[in-house]
Design a protein around this ligand. Structure first.
Ligand code: ZN
Length: 77
């Protein structure tokens, strides 16, 4: 059974930074806890490409469950 390419996610959410469709969740790990944001591909890429200094973050792709980390000891380079 083929999967339609433009089939919407069961939860159609909008990016917290802009108005694009959400592809995953960015988790910023701060001293006061973790802060989660729904993000689109552009914002996720931007956050991963230009991470704030000392920031630790984790990006979880909703569709595949893949996890990308930045600034986390033991995380992906
Ligand atoms: Zn966005």
């Amino acid at each position: 059974m083929r999967t339609q390419t433009n089939r919407g996610l069961p939860f159609a959410r909008r990016c917290d930074s802009c108005d694009a469709a959400v592809v995953g969740t960015i988790t910023f790990i701060a001293v006061d806890g973790e802060h989660r944001y729904a993000v689109c591909l552009d914002c996720a890429t931007d956050a991963l490409t230009h991470p704030a200094r000392h920031a630790r973050l984790r990006f979880t792709v909703a569709r595949t469950g893949a996890v990308v980390t930045r600034g986390v000891i033991g995380g992906a380079a």
